[in-house]
Design a protein around this ligand. Sequence first.
Ligand code: GUN
Length: 283
Amino acid sequence: MAQLIDGKALSKKIQLQIKQEVARLKFKPGLAVVLVGEDPASQVYVNSKEKACQAVGFYSQKIVLDKNITQEKLLTVIKKLNKDPKIHGILVQLPLPKHLNEKIVIDNINPEKDVDVFHPYNVGELLLMKYLPKLDELLAPCTPKGIMRMIQEYKIDVAGKKVVVIGRSNLVGKPIALMLLASNATVEICHSRTHDLEKTCAQADIIIAAIGQANFVNKSMVKKGTVVIDVGINRTKEGLVGDVNFKEVENIASYITPVPGGVGPMTIASLLENTLLLAKKHQ
Ligand code: GUN
């Protein structure tokens, strides 16, 4: 039976450390979260981000904008936040409504306040990274940073290991591949168009499932002793499920993350860490 990687407990531990550090600071780190429209999943995420900020003593500002807002008006909001000295991190919740251009919106966030690490300047820094620094000092996208934190906490050695990342998104697949590469792993990025995906996965020492399909990774894709990290959050009739068929895989894997309670809470912990890191750089 695989050992469970408890993201919820680790996230709580990190949040407590952040709270203690914030109490010693002479200023309040500030995070602005911008939500456009009423997507129910995004509303849940944004609310939990705001709650987490308040719990550790950050200044937090939630800005909810009408789903029909023009690109120009949204950029005006962002430019105002770029100049606001109380705000150290700006997060625009994705996805945005179809009429808005996500790339232009992200490009207009001041890279020094880019808490999601989506701005091309910061993504470029990540690409150029040769060795993974201490995570406390690294500005990296929240979900991949949370995954690396779990891997380190459970003392899982990635150097020289074959890691298969399923999914090539800018949010997770690409950045986690870069971070693992900088940790000396041998990384293969697979996706919906990959041939022989099953065979490739079955050779992996570590699988990062970030494809957004419920129960996608099954027992025929996992060899004995594989570490399985499940990034998926899929709403199904049976409730919230990951990209991994947990019941099938838990007996084969050496370590596995649950859904919920695995990667999800770690994303929040990383968001707080990134906000603190940016706030300390500003001061
Ligand atoms: N939508 C889903 N995950 C994320 C995230 O980490 N950041 C932002 N801004 N939007 C998201």
